[in-house]
Write a protein that binds this ligand. Structure first.
Ligand code: NAD
Length: 316
């Protein structure tokens, strides 16, 4: 399924950046926003983002030029979605407005166009007209999407089986990192983790009087490198799952795990998969010894630490 002609509806924080993502990927893009000021401003935003990518060496000057030439502003939604293969919906996160926009897209887009919504947390599928259900999906990006690679792809209840693979292939072709959800997880994974972090940060401020500076200091000096190198689940394996379980049982937090509703740690530990030192945990380590794994992790951590220090300065 060739996807080459794209409409992006909504040209705000996400829309202008998604127009750029698709243009950098080689698609022709028509961008529309119901607010003419936002639409006119989008060109400057796209140019600025493109210039940053070029200055950082991520794209070349000819690539920048080509991407800018791919984006055209449309005077109406009907004009934007005419003869496109894909419509990217990035209007405000309000169900009533999205419903109106989906109806307009339905009225004017080709029957076989794919409709991809960038919704953050709405269940958009009940808002989409019947005729579009089989070609509608969620493609949820993170800002700024021309730098952050993750894109959550989720089908609706009646999305045809070829739609998610087509979007996945398109975005992999852009060099992005699509994550396919078999079933919609409200808020997706990264946003849910951020939401959990938000709650815990606010709770620590309220209950223990820690400062925002304390929290960011702890993140910057305690979490960043390890999360970047290992992810979180792998980091648990390196900690050792019994230690993780003990920390939870210690009562620091209430969660489904220590209220007895989630047994994933118990099951892994019972199966002898208690982390890197036992050769497996959430992941298998292919027979590598704990020493080898720790050494390789440490090397990556040190490289990243040096890079971060260079980037942010010693005082950070
Ligand atoms: N901002 C983020 O970090 C982020 C990240 C991921 C997903 N999202 C999602 O992306 C979508 C857009 O968010 P945003 O942050 O870009 O919002 P935004 O407010 O910056 O932009 C939304 C744009 O939609 C336009 N709009 C409103 N009604 C319209 C209509 N009928 N037709 C055309 N355009 C219309 C507005 O004029 C506005 O410019 C939302 O669904 C949001 O949840 C946002």
């Amino acid at each position: 399924m060739a996807i080459q002609r794209v409409a992006v509806i909504g040209a705000g924080t996400m829309g202008h950046a998604l127009a750029l993502v698709h243009a950098l990927g080689g698609c022709s893009v028509k961008l529309y926003d119901s607010n003419p000021e936002v639409l006119m401003g989008a060109s400057g935003m796209i140019e600025a983002a493109c210039a940053t990518l070029r200055e950082a060496g991520t794209i070349t000057a000819p690539q920048e030029q080509a991407a800018l030439e791919q984006v055209a502003l449309a005077g109406s939604l009907a004009e934007a979605v005419e003869a496109v293969d894909l419509v990217v919906e990035a209007v405000v996160e309000k169900a009533d407005i999205k419903q109106i926009v989906f109806a307009e897209i339905d009225a004017h887009a080709p029957a076989d166009a794919i409709l991809a919504s960038n919704t953050s947390y709405l269940d958009v599928f009940p808002l989409i007209p019947e005729a579009r259900q089989s070609r509608a999906a969620i493609a949820h990006w993170y800002t700024p999407p021309y730098i952050v690679d993750l894109v959550d792809l989720a089908p609706g209840p009646r999305t045809a089986p070829q739609i998610i693979p087509a979007l996945k292939a398109l975005y992999e072709g852009f060099g992005k990192a699509p994550l396919v959800f078999k079933k919609l997880v409200p808020g997706y994974i990264a946003n849910r983790l951020q939401a959990a972090l938000n709650l815990e940060c606010l709770r620590m401020i309220e209950e223990f009087g820690v400062t925002a500076e304390d929290i960011d200091f702890s993140i910057r000096h305690g979490l960043v490198e390890r999360l970047a190198v290992l992810g979180h689940m792998r980091k648990m394996d390196y900690t050792g799952l019994e230690m993780v379980r003990n920390g939870i049982a210690g009562g620091t937090y209430q969660s489904p795990v220590n209220t007895g509703k989630a047994r994933v740690l118990d099951r892994l530990i019972e199966d002898g998969r208690s982390g890197v030192r036992s050769g497996a945990g959430f992941f298998d380590y292919g027979g590598a010894s704990a020493e080898e794994l720790f050494q390789s992790r440490d090397l990556q951590l040190l490289k990243l630490k040096t890079q971060l220090q260079n980037l942010m300065g010693e005082e950070q």
